[in-house]
Design a protein around this ligand. Sequence first.
Ligand SMILES: [Zn+2]
Length: 453
Amino acid sequence: MPSVFLAEALLPDGWAPNVRLVIEGGLIADVQLGAAAGPNDQGHAVGFPGLPNLHSHAFQRGMAGLSEVRGPAADSFWTWREVMYRFLSAMTPDDVEAVTAQAYVEMLEGGFTRVGEFHYLHHAPNGRPYAEPSEMAQRVAAAAAASGIGLTLLPVFYAHGGFGGLPPAPGQRRFVNGLDGFARLLDASRGVVSGLPGATLGVAPHSLRAVTPEELAAVAGLLPGGPVHIHVAEQTREVEDCLAWSGARPVAWLLDHAPVDGRWCPIHATHMTPDETARLAATGAVAGLCPTTEANLGDGIFPGVDWLGAKGGYGVGTDSNVSTDAAGELRQLEYAQRLGQRGRNLLAGEAGGSTGRALFDAALAGGAAALGAGPAGLRAGATADFLTLRTSHPNLVHRGGDRLLDGWIFGAGRGAVDGVWVRGRRLVVDGRHVSRDAVAVRYAETMRRLIAA
Ligand SMILES: [Zn+2]
């Protein structure tokens, strides 16, 4: 049985010295405390669990940095979305697989060990379904297999172009299914995840813009016990449109009309009143925060301090994949709160608590719950997903315990990630994914064509 010796490790109860992780069949079979390194152990200075990335649209990795040019009118989420629709209009299944593999390799190098793929690019460029409804889902799974990242596949139900069941726009034709077509896609997706070790399945009604109330109820009920992810209240215009349609704000509408509970992961939930914040937190839903993308798109600032005060759970996602750094998402989450509230250490919890540790613990527990990933953390029975840091990094040298997390999150970022293991397989060595070069070559070839298109 392979085992890894960690001179210092973050366990569910806190930091511990001299920890040996015994790995069997992709799981942690045993956590030995106060241990000595075995003769065949891989030894590392410091290790802790890998983080779940609970919200990704992997194909958007290819357009990172391509929408940063000022347009003729005021730029916004909605003008960015037009660029995104143009970008994806030419993507073939091969292209999606190549770009997704690149995104997943980068996520692993950035400290993420599982990804929730909010997967809505289902059909051919002309909007016709592929002969196999899960063609694109298979490409996502192939990219996950090539990279080794854990996958929670979230097939997206998308039917309308606006509140009240408006017809979809031409740019949305690759996403659109009726309920029957979606049921077929979900069935086919079961086969896709069953072929990938550790993969799980959820459902994702895209947003209140893209589904009717009847469709939302039907889709949320398709996978009893499984994760339900939905974009909600990302944009102020979405709030205004929802008010015009229903008289209620998006989060309030969702709480009044859907059985929101711990299975649910509302993505963004940026624009909430204090009452919506308290009510949503009380359901046990995990807020799916995407701090870098939300900043890039100018969405607004999540009410993090109120959410924490209401004991709300959260996780982080890389969403548009303009950045794929676990530490960077946690840093941006705290920084947005600081800028909005003109204070420091706002998400740390109690006095004396490390901000980095609080962010890490919340994102680990919330992300694992939102992705249906089983028990999180370095404990017997959990998936052997963890990473080690290079403690010679200038931000980490001569530090221990929570100061390492603070140094990683607020200073070093991905530059300090040394090794990353998923299901006991070491995928990142000295900060480099073992397949980085081959994946990057294929990605570059794909981008040569897409950028010329
Ligand atoms: Zn999204």
